[in-house]
Ligand binder design. Structure first.
Ligand SMILES: C[S@@+](CC[C@H](N)C(=O)[O-])C[C@H]1O[C@@H](n2cnc3c(N)ncnc32)[C@H](O)[C@@H]1O
Length: 765
């Protein structure tokens, strides 16, 4: 269960801490009495004790609050609720002196520390020295905040210690991946998340041994972290609760939430900066404000006043008493990103590939048996294809066709290029077999381990053998597998949680999206890309794949395929490109072991391949198209990637750990930081539209998965809410781009394609 380490609270209780409002105390009778509390369940009593603790923290830190502790959402997550009706006044005001804060100057230079009251100057100095030493490392601001937090927990005022001990959750109750113990990692299910957890653990171990450990760290004399668990706790707290502010920029509008307030605050975003900072950045851990939970449509925003004297929680619209107070941590984070950064996902996240799966929450569990059934159905269709694709009898099919599936005149499967699979054929078969009651060919299915062995006994057994092995691999690829950690038993269960299923759905859609957005927009460029593939200019094509682009299909039923294809270069050992002709295929073929020769698409592919190989999860190495099909430059695409690829440091806006190619490209784009993170940004009450295209950032994971917002996809989506991928495969022109990209970009391309088919079939079953 994804939330397995997240504490669950009783649903029947909304505990209000009493509110303190400077100059106008709103304290009154607490919303509970001693008499009732003695009758309450232990959980309810605990919640009430927390409400009392919160009140003491509010008093001790001189926080002005019209909010109280509440438990809300489907999981009754602890959070804030409004104590009274508020239109536009600040719901919570925290003096900056009651926060822990680290600021980084705009030139990427000096870190300075806002020490908690009572911190001796020499300690502050020592921490600042460490800050200087680690300023080149990712997430250094978070690390320094963690140092301050550990200091406050041990040596701080009574209020700070109460905040740390009573209000901050212990590590076992925090949801972020850092807090997953080795034994819990299997519950993450997705290998990518397990990897991310491992990466975060590495970071914590490094921070502990180098800096924080009471025995070995540079700050050991402070005695802050006796055990690794102390460091993990502190890092997890700041990751999940600190707020990053980018200050001193010109006002503007754009993406992000907009303050429905007139106080002229600097803009702020909870969590990592989505763009690289160009101005001073302040990371702040602000008690009470840090209790606000996330919502995709938040009713509040956190801001820093322009004089930087207070952190405020402001309503974006009027809120009523008891209403949960939420902010947007995400800034276009997909479920996968939210999960990686915070360890939770939300219902109906609009950034999951922007492709809605109708009733995604009601999708059945991704069960092995259903995947196998889907694979069997595909196999039946595969058996039927030879008749359909016989040169003599079959009509031409649109799209890409593997050499093994094309008419014998083109060489067929005897040419040694039979590694491909029939994408278009599958699409056509799918259409025709919508009402199939079972395949014509017999098959034998045997189970072993988690996978499925499928052996065909129908026509074309040799071809089936290849296809069967891919099906088997695809099922294994898709099936739950969590045995990534030695000693952990393989999980033979399902992707059983709705959260996981949403993530999976989002991943697949992102795969499609990425492929389309990362490719040239014109048909001519499509053709050039395919030719580059043939000529071996695209890294990753080493499997002897052979493609065929059917000219009848590329523009759909009503338009012609124009202009005719360029003559394909003779060099490279590829099969010739036949001239465009209405009735014939443009056969594009490549042989194995081609190397990149530096063509632009090749560069793009190479960057992607390198990033994928390096385990990068977010890659948009080249330009692409925007939602309207407009061409965008590399920088734009990379910026989008950067906006979705900041690594850890959920609270560390300043330390956005954008990695790899996306980072490099995004850095070049830093001058183009949209101005919504601006000084004095005063948005509209309703938050307005998000004119930014950051939501289109794509994600690639190894064996990856992407999505598309291309118009064909949208159309397809509206026609077929579920099973989008195969519809895309039949849209001709985009199909060529899509599959060229899939095959060129991703390792295990063919496996991926088969896996996609299995998923599509799965959704149909
Ligand atoms: C800044 S804290 C918010 C307060 C926190 N719920 C608490 O009780 O201390 C962020 C953490 O709250 C949880 N959280 C916030 N919003 C959530 C949501 N919409 N669904 C589930 N968990 C959420 C996650 O565990 C996240 O890491």
């Amino acid at each position: 269960m994804l939330h397995s380490v997240l504490r669950r609270w009783s649903a029947d209780s909304v505990c209000g801490s009493r509110c303190r409002r400077l100059g106008r105390s709103s304290r009154g009778s607490p919303p509970y009495t001693h008499a009732t509390s003695t009758l309450a369940s232990p959980l309810v009593r605990q919640q009430r004790e927390q409400a009392v603790s919160l009140e003491r923290v509010i008093d001790g830190l001189e926080i002005d609050s019209l909010a109280s502790l509440g438990f809300h959402g489907p999981d009754d997550i602890r959070g804030l609720v409004a104590s009274e009706r508020v239109r536009s006044a600040a719901l919570v005001t925290v003096p900056i002196g009651s926060t822990l804060a680290v600021s980084l100057d705009g030139d990427g230079g000096q870190l300075s520390v806002l020490a908690p009251p009572g911190m001796p100057p020499n300690v502050k100095k020592a921490i600042e020295v460490v800050a200087g030493l680690i300023r080149e490392t990712p997430d250094h601001q978070l690390l320094i905040l963690a140092v301050l937090l550990l200091w406050a927990r041990k040596y701080g005022s009574t209020a700070w210690r109460e905040y740390c001990e009573a209000m901050l959750p212990p590590a076992r109750e925090m949801s972020c991946l850092l807090c997953y113990t080795p034994g819990e990692l299997s519950t993450l299910q997705l290998p990518h998340l397990v990897d991310e957890a491992a990466r975060q653990h590495d970071w914590a171990r490094w921070a502990h041994s180098q800096w924080l450990s009471s025995s070995s760290g540079a700050l050991r004399r402070l005695g802050l972290a006796d055990a690794l668990e102390d460091t993990v706790w502190a890092l997890a707290v700041v990751r999940s609760r600190a707020v990053g502010f980018q200050v001193g920029m010109a006002a503007g509008s754009g993406s992000g939430f907009k303050a429905g307030h007139d106080s002229g605050p600097d803009s702020v975003r909870l969590g990592r900066a989505r763009r690289l900072p160009t101005g001073p950045v302040v990371s702040v851990l602000a008690p009470v404000v840090d209790l606000a939970n996330h919502n995709n449509d938040p009713n509040c925003v956190i801001q820093l006043t322009t004089d930087k004297s207070r952190v405020v929680l402001l309503p974006r619209r009027p809120v009523g008493p008891g209403e949960p107070l939420t902010v947007d941590y995400g800034f276009d984070r997909s479920s996968l990103e939210l999960m990686a950064d915070y360890g939770f996902v939300t219902q109906a996240n609009p950034y999951d590939g922007e492709v809605e799966l109708a009733g995604a929450d009601k999708l059945p569990s991704l069960e092995l048996s259903r995947l196998e059934a889907a694979a069997r159905a595909l196999l039946r269709r595969h058996h039927q294809r030879p008749q359909r694709h016989s040169a003599a009898t079959a009509p031409r099919r649109p799209g890409l066709t593997a050499a093994g599936d094309i008419p014998s005149s083109s060489g067929g499967k005897g040419d040694g290029c039979g590694e491909g699979m029939d994408v278009a054929g599958e699409g056509a078969a799918t259409q025709e077999e919508e009402q199939e009651g079972g395949g014509s060919a017999a098959e034998v299915v045997t189970m072993f381990g988690k996978g499925v062995a499928i052996s065909g006994t129908g026509a074309g057994a040799g071809d089936e053998a290849d296809f069967s092995s891919r099906l088997r691999a695809a099922v294994a690829f898709l099936a739950p597998r969590t045995a990534s950690f030695p000693g952990q038993p393989a999980n033979s269960g399902n992707f059983s949680t709705p959260a996981t299923q949403r993530i999976i759905a989002g991943l697949w859609h992102k795969l499609l999206r990425h492929c389309i957005e990362s490719l040239p927009t014109s048909l001519e460029q499509d053709r050039a890309l395919l030719e580059d593939i043939i000529a071996g200019a695209v890294v990753g094509f080493t499997a002897g794949l052979s493609l065929s682009l059917d000219p009848d299909a590329v523009s759909g039923p009503t338009s012609a395929f124009e202009p005719p294809p360029r003559p394909r270069p003779a060099a490279g050992g590829s099969a010739p490109v036949s001239p465009s002709k209405p009735e014939g295929a443009v056969q594009l073929r490549m042989t194995s072991e081609r190397k990149a020769v530096g063509a632009v698409p090749g560069e793009i592919m190479q960057a992607a391949a390198v990033a994928v190989a390096a385990g990068e999860r977010n890659v948009i190495p080249g330009g692409g198209t925007d939602e309207n099909g407009e061409s965008v430059g590399r920088g734009t695409a990379a910026r989008r990637a950067g906006s979705a690829t900041s690594s850890i440091g959920s609270g560390g806006a300043a330390s956005a750990g954008v990695r790899g190619a996306a980072k490099a490209a995004a850095m070049n784009e830093s001058a183009a930081v949209p101005p919504e993170l601006t000084h004095g940004s005063r948005g509209t009450q309703d938050g307005g539209s998000n004119g930014e295209s950051v939501a289109t950032a794509s994600t690639v994971v190894p064996y990856g998965i992407v999505g598309s917002s291309g118009s064909d996809v949208s159309d397809a989506r509206s026609r077929h809410a579920v099973g989008t991928a195969d519809v895309i495969c039949r849209t001709g022109r985009r199909a060529g781009r899509l599959y060229a990209a899939v095959r060129a970009r991703l390792e295990h391309k063919e496996l991926l394609t088969v896996a996609e088919q299995v998923l599509v079939q799965y959704a149909r079953n």
